[in-house]
Design a protein around this ligand. Structure first.
Ligand SMILES: [Zn+2]
Length: 103
């Protein structure tokens, strides 16, 4: 698949991880909570943590889905978590986040 668009050209354009766009003016603010202690959870998707000071992860654990917001040192980040959702809601939120509609 090729694209004829030739915008850009900052080095990070080659980054394989998603970079979030600026927040939309009608952005919906999520409530971010201190981390709950999930015994185990899986990270299913994530945004770029190499070129961004704040990054996000879509997680599933204990039968619920949530988004983690990470910031600071990638080796020892500050972590906050969204509400827990069912899968469909969580995936919608994740897409909205990637498009700058939710943050
Ligand atoms: Zn990147």
């Amino acid at each position: 698949m090729s694209t004829t668009k030739t915008r850009t050209v900052v080095p990070v354009a080659s980054c394989a991880m998603p970079h979030l766009p600026p927040m939309r003016s009608d952005v919906e603010r999520l409530a971010w909570h201190a981390t709950r202690r999930f015994a185990r959870f899986r990270v299913l998707a994530w945004t770029c943590h190499e070129h961004r000071a704040t990054w996000y992860e879509l997680c599933q654990g204990g039968g619920v889905w949530f988004i983690q917001r990470m910031s600071g040192d990638p080796l020892k980040p500050n972590v906050a978590q969204s509400h827990a959702w069912r899968e469909a809601e969580a995936r919608q939120m994740w897409v909205a986040l990637l498009f700058g509609a939710v943050r």
